[in-house]
Every structure is written in C-alpha cells, then in structure tokens.
Design a protein around this ligand. Structure first.
Ligand code: SF4
Length: 990
C-alpha cells in the first residue's frame, strides 16, 4: 500500500499578523496566524524585545479569548432592575445619544458629577486626558487597588520603581531577592531572566509567604509572615550598618546621605533640609578629603568614624575639625555623613546618613528582635545580610565601559554591584506597604545597588525627577478643562485636592489628608462614597474594564447593595452607571448602559511611553495593537454578527459629541476619526504623541517630531513595536549619567540633564508631618493630625498592618492572601475555555501543620471567618505556605451565570473569592482599608479563623443569586476539530 504523503512542516496559516498580546499586563509580541478567516495559531514573536519569542499558556489561549462565548454582541440598555442583568439590545447611535444626553448636562453643570474610573485597560494616556478635557477631577485607574505603594515608594525615593518600570540586571546579577512577586506582571521577561540566572548559577531568593511560580525555582524560599517585609528589610539594614558593609561613596554621589537635616524640635523647619539662600541643600564639607574618591560628584566621604564605629553617637561637631558648609551638589568637596553641625544662624543639623544610622542601628531592628514577628530565624537574617554584602562588595565586578557623569567627569569603567531585587504586590498591598517599599529601596541604596551593573536597573522613561513634576489637577480653566491631569504627584500639603476646610474634593478621597500621596486614585472607595454622597452626590459612574461588583471590589456583598440601592423617592442612589467591557462580566449586570468593547485582536491600541511603557533597561520601546479582524466579520457563538466598538474610539466619539476641547475642531466637527487617528495626530506637547517611533513628516524622527500620517503603517511593517537602544555609555547610572540624561531629554523623558538625586530621606513626607504638627498655611483637620504625624515619617518605618492589631490577631489567628496564578489574569482569563482546563475552581490552601492544629483534614469543607464575614470553602493541604498563612488563587471564583458560564460551573459552585471576607474599611471603621500614605488597598492585611464543617457541604457558601445571562454552549471547546477534518480530507484526497 502506498504511504500517504505527509506535509511535515505545514504552514500554520494563510497569513500572519504581528501585534501585541493582551492576555496579561506583560504585553509580549505575538504572531497571529490566520487561516480561512479564523485564528489558527498564536506564536511568540522572536523579534520582540519583551518576550523574544516566548509565549505563555495565557498568550496561546488568546484564541479562546477572541472566540469567547462571553463576548458582548451589541450595546445594551437596562430594562429590568439594576443588577438583574435584563437588557435590550440597542444600536450604537442610540447608545451614544443616551450617553451624550447624560453627560452633556453634567459637563454644563458640574463636571465632577462624572466619576470616570477605568480598570486594567492600558490606555490611561487617553482616558486620563479625556477626563481632563471633560473637566472632572474624579478620574482614576486601577493602580490604587493594585500596587500604587510600589510606584509611589519608588518614585519618591529613586525616581523609578519596580513593577513594570525597572528590572534586575539579568545579565550580571549574582544575587536576586524576589519580594512578594506574583506571576502576573512582567511575566515572560522574568521567566527569561530567571533562566539566565539559573544557567549562570546566581542565587535566587524568594521572600513570600507562599512558594509558587517563580518561587518554586528559587534557591531559597523565605516564608515570611505577611506584612512584615519592611521589618525584615530593617533587620538586614541593621546588620549591614553594624558590619559597616555599605557603600558610602555611592550614597553621597547619587543620594542625599550627606544633606543636612535641621534639628529643631517644635520648629516650623524641623526635619527640613538646611538650604542656602537660593534653596540649594547644604552639607558639611571637611577641608581635606580623607581619601580619594573613586569618581562621582563628590571627592570623598568623611566616614572614618561612621565606618569603624557604627555607634549612633555623634562623632563630630562643626569646629572640631576644619570644614565649612557647602552646597550638597558641589564637586570637589569632602562631605561628612555623620555628626552634628551648627548652622551659621545657630540651628543644629545632622546629615541624613546619621539619622539612618541612628534609627536602624536601634536594637529593636536586630535580627533576634524581629525574627519571631517575621517568621524568619535570626541566623537566616544574619546570613542573608552577609550574603548580600559579599555579593555586592567582594566580587570586584565592573564593566569596561567608559562613561561621563553629570559633572563631566570621565570614568573608565562602570563599577558593579551584582545584587538585585524585584518586588510586587505582596509587599505593597498592605496598610504598611508604602514604607515597606521604601525600606527595600533604602536597603538597595545602602548596597549601592541601583542602576549599577548587576543591580536593579531603570527602564526608560525612568528615572524621573523626585518627585515627578506633574501635580494633580485642582482647578478648571475657562473652557471647562482641568488645569492638569487628574492624577499626579503631590510635592507638599499645598498640592492636596481638598476644600477650604481641608475636606476631600474627590469622590474617592484621593489626595485628601486621609490619603495624601494617592498617585493612582482610589478605585476601591468610589462606589461606597458615590452611594453615600461623600463628599457629594455624583450623577454618573462611568467605568471601563473594571469588575467592580466582584473580584475588583472589597466588601463585595455591600458593594452590590450600593450599586442597586435606592433613595426614598425610589431613585437609584448612584443615578447612572455606564460600563464598557468586552465580556459579560459580573459588573455588566449593574450597568444602565453597556458599551460593548472589542477583543484585543479587533482594534488599535497604543502601548505608550506616556502610559505604561514596555521599555527594557537597555532601550526605550513602545508598541501598538492593530486589528487582525474587523469585528463585524467575527460572529458570536450563535453565528450572529457582533456590533462592537473599541472603547477608546467610542470615548473619542463621545468627546466629540460633547464638544470637548481637544476633541473638536473650531467649527465643532470631530477632530479625530477614531482612536487610530488620535494615536497618529494627537500631540500632548509639541512633537510629543502617544507613539515615539517613526515621527516627523518623513517618518525619520524618534521621540519627538511632527505627526506622521504613515506612523501606524510603519509600526505594522516593523512587527508592531518600536525599539530605541540606549547608547552603551548611557546604560547604567542613569540618574547621573550625562549621556543617558541628554539622550532622555531628547526623547522628552526628563526636562533637562540635571542629575537625579535619590532620596533616602524624603522631605516631602516631612512637610506633611510639620503641617500635622501645626505649621504652615495648609494643615490637616483635627481628626487627621495624629495619623499624618505618625505615618509621614521621612525615613521608612514599620508598623503592624491595621488588621493585625492584638485583638484581631487573637480572634483571627491566621493571615490569608491571594496569589494571581501564572496561567490566568484577572477575571477575564479564568473564563477562557482552555485556561479553565488548567483549573476551574480554587481551594483554600493550608499547611498540613495548620490543618492538624485546627482539626482539619485534607479536602474538608471549612468555614473561614474574618472580622467582616464568613464563607464556606474547601480546604486543601499544601506544603508551599508558611503555617501561619492560608492562601488561594484570585479571581477564579465566579458569580453563577456570569461570563455566560453554566449555572453549575465549578467556578460558581466550588470556586470562591476571598474578597467576600475583606472589608473596604479598617476594623475600626475609621478609614478605608488602605495605606495611610497612598490609599493603596490593603488586600493582604486579611486575618481569618478557620474551623472544619465535616458534613453535608459540597459547594462554597458565599452565594448570590445567579445572573440571568444565557448559558453558552460547549462549541468552542471543540475548536480545531474543523482544522483536523480539513487536513484529513486533504490527505485522503491525495
Ligand atoms: S506573559 Fe502575558 S502578554 Fe506575554 S504571552 Fe503571556 S499572557 Fe501574553
């Protein structure tokens, strides 16, 4: 019999489109193979700087996201009661007419009556600008409940941050500490990087109560107790200071270790930097350097006493050795980092480093003192401190790259510090998270391990000046637009968005005295406050891609109530809700008007340097998505045409209908055709648009340049991304590297090429503390004074998370945290037919010792209770968790009926959300369950008790009435069968 002819290398499809993945926040380059008008295969793009061809399970499952039966089909108008999920389909014209008729009077009357909150949408460069044009200060994106502590802690300290804004030096680091890193951010770059480290034999330590994901391949797992990361960091700092294993030269070259801090208790200037008449920070400089500098801004560091005897005693006073006050940024000086000095006007002052030594050499931060609270043996802490120091200082590693610093000095090499850290939500989603993040940065700085070869590295456009220049909007201009973007960085109490009585002006209370540095807004407070009319009633809540009635809410039951509650007149207390989503999520049921979004393969997007860039430490990058399909050709699962539009284009049309400045021409006609047109033609500042590549009329400019009508086409031809390598001499020490800063200035990343001085001690925080102590024009209302004075410490502090007070710890003896799985992302991944096959339900995981302690057997159904409520879930033993903590996967539990899953789907029957146990306010009920500095939601402060319920339970109990969305059929699960049939037919035909 003749053997069939087999094609051993079949082409995956007829054509391939290179675009950007949107199955998580990582934004990898993908190649989408299409055959006969359907996606055949999604492949990683080898040329793409983010993933270099790597594709994860989520990325490959984008096929099922695109063909999801949960996709919305047409605009919807609510016909039943809010929350019942009863809608009628309407046409886009009607939908936009309705939205315009709701929003136009608001803009006329008071734009703040619109609260516009977006989720994980990756288009804040547009949405924030749109809110500014509308004139509402009530805008925020999801960072407030994700990791703003991480962003703010970094930006106020380093001018950069972990998260997606920096990375370990994967090529050179020899010691990496991962702190609280889950698997969902920067996913493929971390995997690629860890592979390099493992191949090189570098040591990887995972600090996390749960050992999963990256932690599973770490050389050492530190099963820390949640909320104690800052304390652990302090103990490491204590050991490094005690052993004199710190890089003082680095600290005075690049940070403010030598800046003098005024010591005048009770005075209005206490804790501020001593400055000259022109406002320049001062230091004390000895007349002759004790040793030669190894390069950098200052000649040398007078640290003799500080190095040989780390006692906090004050070794020098001005006059004991010859010297003089000098500008701290001067060169040719020998600055003191310890001692006490008397300023010409008689005030005393001490260098920042002296304050650091005073604080962290205190025995309360000794390993033995913190060991039990952190759950880490004291010997382990001491050993890790030794290992950090050895990796940083004993390797004598440097790169033979000549570079010039900001002061014009030439260096023949780049001195390495091959110790890197990376951190994420695990340390930041606590009520003490801001200071925990600052503590980590302080630890890095003491080791000289910021942007040195082998250490943490900035990704352009970072570093930025500290704090970043843009302040939050406070006022409206004559044309109704805001005087700045609604989100920004406060520099002092005068920048708060409060009224004359110091009360919040924003609906989420961001930038108020309760949460002053809330740089990303506070999404987790908006529904409670909108319902309560605190500080005022709003008219319309407009949300995009934010599942706020389910996994993106704390206090879920109450949130659903607030969304549906009515006043005495029978009117909804939140009068109108507009929501845009691509899928039938839990939140859709609570909308009055639903604007159906496209899938990520059906529209243009800009992954912009003005938003969350995809740069790496060696290059600036941005990217686009472009339509692989016209949504009109993509039928729903019943074979009906879908009539959906990209939200960003809808927003632009809505803006034009409303006549918003910037969105209409002088004659009132729409300025932009759609989002693609906006991406190309909009200029945020002259020559600066959403995309940095192929600018200028000839397409030859990068960074800045006139709009180029062919820009999107150039991106498409180049694989969907733009990538501008940083010159070799500019790749490290970016905060004080002349070549880098001039390169960054050309791209508009920094205003000038002045060095960025990293802040061990943050004067901004001290300004708030002084205000709370009764100084200055802007002071907090009485009820906030103690809180501000306590938590606005200019050096990092550690305190018990608010839910961990003594009573809570006795009544609820266990910590409970969620982890984002590597194989899913937010709620939209856990409805994906292929990803559901990895897991379709979650358990509460606990250590077998914990089970034994509480009489619980493996797979028992148990009750889990917090101060906020109780749920019933199924327990499962796992050895990958420290015994004082229980954990589960996040966002797998679904409300029955949502996402068009079957009413008896495991996600609804056995899956559960820990959110049902998390209150949106502190146990005392006095503030949001959030960090007092930034307002970051404190998801991971949760404390619980557990008990077994042996009998009669087979489903999780936290149930809500099923949503009445039609159930999907099973057809998509058989996706690909047609391809097989075709292939077989062809073979047999031969
Ligand atoms: S890591 Fe994220 S962006 Fe990259 S392929 Fe996976 S899902 Fe897509």
């Amino acid at each position: 019999m003749k053997e069939p002819t087999l094609n051993l290398s079949p082409s995956p499809g007829d054509e391939v489109k290179r675009t950007t993945c949107y199955m998580c926040a990582c934004r990898c380059g993908i190649k989408v193979w299409v055959k006969d008008g359907k996606i055949r295969y999604i492949q990683g793009n080898r040329d793409h700087p983010v993933n270099q061809g790597v594709l994860c399970a989520k990325g490959a499952s984008g096929i099922m996201q695109h063909y999801s039966p949960a996709r919305l089909r047409k605009p919807l108008l609510r016909v039943g009661e809010r929350g019942a999920g009863e809608f009628r389909e309407i046409e886009w014209d009607e939908a936009l007419d309705i939205a315009t008729s709701w929003l136009a009077p608001i803009r006329e009357r008071n734009p703040d009556e619109l609260a516009f909150f977006t989720g994980r949408d990756q288009s804040q460069a547009l949405t924030g600008w749109w809110a500014q044009q509308f004139g509402t200060i009530n805008y925020a994106a999801h960072g407030g409940f994700c990791s703003v502590n991480m962003a703010a802690g970094g930006l106020y300290t380093l001018g950069g941050s972990f998260w997606e804004f920096g990375e370990p030096d994967w090529e050179h680091t020899r010691y990496l500490m991962l702190w609280g890193v889950a698997e969902d951010h920067d996913s493929n770059p971390i995997k690629l990087g860890l592979g390099k480290l493992k191949a090189r034999g570098a040591k990887v330590i995972a600090v996390n109560p749960v050992r999963s994901g990256y932690g599973a391949i770490a050389d050492e797992w530190i099963g820390i107790r949640p909320g104690t990361d800052g304390l652990f960091a302090f103990a490491l700092i204590h050991e490094l200071l005690k052993a004199d294993r710190i890089d003082l030269d680095y600290l005075v070259r690049y940070a403010n270790a030598h800046w003098l801090v005024i010591d005048n208790p009770g005075g209005a200037d206490d804790g501020l930097f001593a400055r000259d008449a022109d406002g320049n920070a001062l230091c004390w400089s000895f007349s002759s350097p004790l040793r030669e500098a190894q390069g950098g801004g200052r000649e040398g560091v007078d640290s003799t006493t500080g190095r040989s005897d780390p006692s906090p005693a004050l070794p020098f006073a001005s006059g004991e050795r010859e010297g003089a006050f000098a500008r701290a940024d001067a060169i040719g000086i020998s600055p003191a980092v310890v001692g006490e000095y008397v300023l010409p006007d008689g005030r005393k002052a001490r260098p920042v480093f002296q304050l650091v030594a005073d604080r962290y050499l205190d025995p309360q931060y000794a390993p033995d003192a913190v060991s039990e609270r952190c759950g880490i043996p004291a010997d382990t802490i001491r050993r890790i401190a030794r290992e950090l120091a050895a990796a940083a200082f004993d390797s004598k590693f440097s790169l033979p790259i000549a570079w010039t610093d900001s002061w014009g000095r030439e260096h023949s090499e780049m001195v390495g510090r091959p110790v890197a850290m990376h951190a994420m939500r695990g340390i930041s989603a606590h009520s003490n998270g801001f200071h925990a993040c600052r503590a980590l940065h302080l630890l890095q700085l003491l080791l000289g391990a910021i942007d040195a070869p082998g250490s943490f590295r900035y990704q352009p456009p970072y570093p930025k000046p500290i704090p970043p220049a843009n302040r939050p909007a406070k006022a409206r201009k004559a044309d109704g637009t805001l005087d700045a973007g609604p989100l920004g960085f406060v520099h002092g109490p005068e920048d708060l968005v409060v009224d004359a009585n110091g009360q919040p002006r924003r609906i989420d209370h961001a930038y108020s005295w309760a949460y002053p540095l809330s740089a990303h807004g506070m999404m987790h407070t908006v529904i409670r406050n909108a319902h309560a009319g605190d500080p005022y009633r709003i008219d319309t809540l407009f949300m995009f891609m934010a599942n706020m009635s389910w996994n993106s809410a704390m206090n879920t039951r109450q949130t659903m109530h607030w969304l549906t509650d009515k006043d005495d007149n029978g009117d909804y207390r939140i009068p109108r809700i507009i929501y845009s989503d691509a899928y039938a999520s839990e939140m859709v049921a609570y909308a009055d008007l639903v604007l159906p979004d496209t899938t990520y393969l059906e529209r243009f997007d800009a992954i912009s340097l003005l938003d969350r860039p995809i740069s790496d430490a060696d290059a600036a990058s941005d990217a686009i998505r472009h339509p692989v399909f016209d949504p009109a050709t993509q039928l729903d699962e019943d074979g009906k045409p879908r009539d959906v539009r990209g939200f960003q284009s809808v927003l632009i049309e809505l803006g034009a209908r409303l006549g918003l400045p910037g969105l209409v021409n002088e004659d009132g006609s729409p300025k932009y055709r759609d989002y693609a047109d906006y991406i190309v033609r909009h200029e945020r500042a002259p020559g600066v648009g959403l995309l940095a590549g192929w600018r200028g009329t000839d397409g030859q400019s990068e960074g800045k340049g006139a709009p180029n009508p062919d820009q999107l086409q150039r991106y498409i031809e180049h694989g969907g991304f733009w990538h501008a390598p940083i010159p070799e001499s500019a790749r490290y020490y970016k905060m004080a590297n002349r070549d880098y800063l001039q390169w960054a200035q050309r791209f508009g990343f920094v205003p000038n090429d002045a060095p960025i001085v990293m802040q061990l001690y943050t004067e901004t925080l001290q300004k708030f503390r002084l205000a709370a102590q009764g100084h200055g024009e802007h002071q907090p209302p009485e009820e906030h004074r103690e809180r501000v004075a306590t938590y606005f410490d200019p050096l990092p502090i550690w305190y018990e998370p608010f839910e961990h007070d003594q009573t809570s710890r006795e009544t609820f003896p266990l910590n409970a945290v969620t982890q984002r799985p590597m194989f899913m992302y937010h709620a939209w991944g856990s409805q994906n037919a292929w990803l559901r096959q990895i897991t379709a339900r979650n358990y509460l995981y606990l250590h077998p010792e914990t089970g034994a302690q509480y009489g619980i057997s493996d797979e028992d159904w148990i009750e889990v209770a917090s101060h906020h409520g109780a749920i019933t879930v199924q327990a499962k033993f796992a050895g990958n968790v420290q015994p004082g903590t229980v954990w589960t996967w996040n966002a797998i539990g679904k409300r029955r009926g949502a996402w068009r899953l079957a009413k008896d789907a495991p996600e609804g029957e056995q899956g559960f959300l820990l959110n049902h146990l998390i209150s949106d306010v502190t146990p005392k009920g006095d503030y949001a369950n959030a960090d007092p500095v930034t307002g970051q939601a404190a998801w991971f402060d949760l404390r619980v008790s557990i008990r077994t319920l042996r009998d009669g339970v087979g489903e999780s109990v936290q149930q809500f009435a099923p949503l009445d969305f039609p159930e999907a059929n099973e057809r998509p699960l058989r996706y690909g069968a047609g391809f097989r049939k075709d292939a077989n037919r062809k073979v047999h035909a031969k």
